[in-house]
Design a protein around this ligand. Structure first.
Ligand code: NAG
Ligand code: NAG
Ligand code: NAG
Length: 334
């Protein structure tokens, strides 16, 4: 158990955190606007009373990281995912059934920027209070995933626009249309996608509730949340994982390639022993790694990050401690 110590500063905290009743929320992801996870998170955030919008890619844009890819034609040349919107429709537009849900034919960062600069202003929202990205199908843990994940890419893009942002991922990797989310599973529990969406919404809502007249997170900071494999399809072994403070590095994976002589193609090869991904430079080196935690326990990893990628001189650590303090009510040390 690690104990935080603070030079108490409620006044400083008050400038960072504000209560926002009915916050303006922009939700995006990399798996696309029609997937179950994002729709379940959207429903749960609306149920908390927030003014929620989805602006997300028209198709699966996994692995795009922070890349900026915009539509090159005014109209879709192919149907969006799950045939929800047909080829020939504009490359950006609302879901036929909900005008707060928009698709855009671009990368996750492009979709986030279209949301911030084009869609939300149409509804009188000059800037969202929080950007939520995900929940991704499959965890985004460690330094390699941080840069390659479109889910996380949309958050560090938003943070660079001055907007507090949280990335959510769950280990469950079976992506599906929102129309195929089941009311209950064969063992009578909620669909894993519903649970991932509700856990994410509860986390964001708890953070918003704790705020008192300012920003949900200080400028330049974001949070990466990774849930473990939610087992509700088959059992109740892991259906309400608590949130735990973690760090990004440690036990993390990256990818290499293997050349296949027969096909002439490269295939990915997972590498789990790269010590560069174990190094602790920033933050609290005593926290468990998000990779280890989510793969070995029924707990959700909560890693606070900044978009100041310079090597630290020690000044950042007290702000980090204050953010962690603001999470204390619902994120535990383990
Ligand atoms: C896009 O489709 C609309 C009809 O939905 C059409 O009026 C318009 O000319 C098309 N634009 C382009 C650039 O093809
Ligand atoms: C919903 O339930 C059906 C029938 O049990 C199952 O085949 C399907 O995979 C489930 N859908 C999802 C998204 O889990
Ligand atoms: C993560 O797990 C690996 C392998 O079990 C271990 O070597 C490493 O120390 C752990 N790191 C952290 C930060 O928990």
């Amino acid at each position: 158990m690690y104990l935080l110590t603070f030079s108490s500063s409620a006044a400083v905290l008050a400038t960072f955190f504000s209560v926002v009743n009915g916050a303006n929320i922009l939700i995006t992801n990399d798996d696309g606007f029609g997937t179950g996870n994002i729709r379940e998170m959207y429903k749960a955030m609306k149920a908390y009373g927030h003014n929620v919008f989805i602006v997300a890619p028209a198709t699966d844009q996994s692995g795009k990281g922070g890349s900026l890819t915009y539509a090159t034609t005014a109209n879709l040349t192919e149907d969006t995912e799950f045939g929800l919107v047909k080829a020939g429709a504009p490359s950006v537009g609302p879901d036929p059934l909900d005008d707060h849900i928009w698709y855009y034919d671009g990368s996750p960062v492009a979709a986030a920027s279209v949301g911030i600069d084009y869609v939300l202003p149409k509804f009188g929202v000059s800037s969202p209070d929080v950007v939520m990205s995900g929940p991704n199908y499959g965890d985004n843990v460690g330094g390699f995933a941080f840069t390659s994940s479109g889910t996380i890419g949309a958050t560090y893009y938003a943070i660079g626009r001055g907007i507090p942002a949280i990335a959510f991922s769950a280990a469950n990797s079976a992506s599906a249309s929102y129309k195929d989310v089941n009311a209950t599973t064969s063992v009578g529990l909620k669909d894993p996608q519903t649970i991932a969406g509700e856990l994410s919404a509860t986390f964001a809502n708890d953070l918003i509730k704790k705020t008192k007249g300012g920003r949900v997170l200080p400028l330049g900071y974001g949070i990466n949340v990774n849930m473990p494999d939610i087992t509700s399809a088959t059992s109740d072994n892991c259906i309400s994982p608590p949130f735990v403070h973690t760090r990004m590095t440690g036990g993390a994976w990256t990818l290499g390639v293997t050349y296949n002589e027969a096909t002439g193609l490269f295939t990915e090869r997972e590498i789990t022993s790269e010590s560069a991904l174990d190094v602790c430079i920033n933050g609290n080196c005593y926290l468990p790694s998000e990779t280890n935690l989510t793969s070995t326990t029924c707990k959700s990893a909560v890693t606070v990050f900044t978009i100041d990628y310079d090597a630290p001189s020690g000044e950042g650590s007290s702000t980090l401690a204050k953010i962690r303090e603001s999470l204390e009510a619902f994120v535990i040390h383990w």
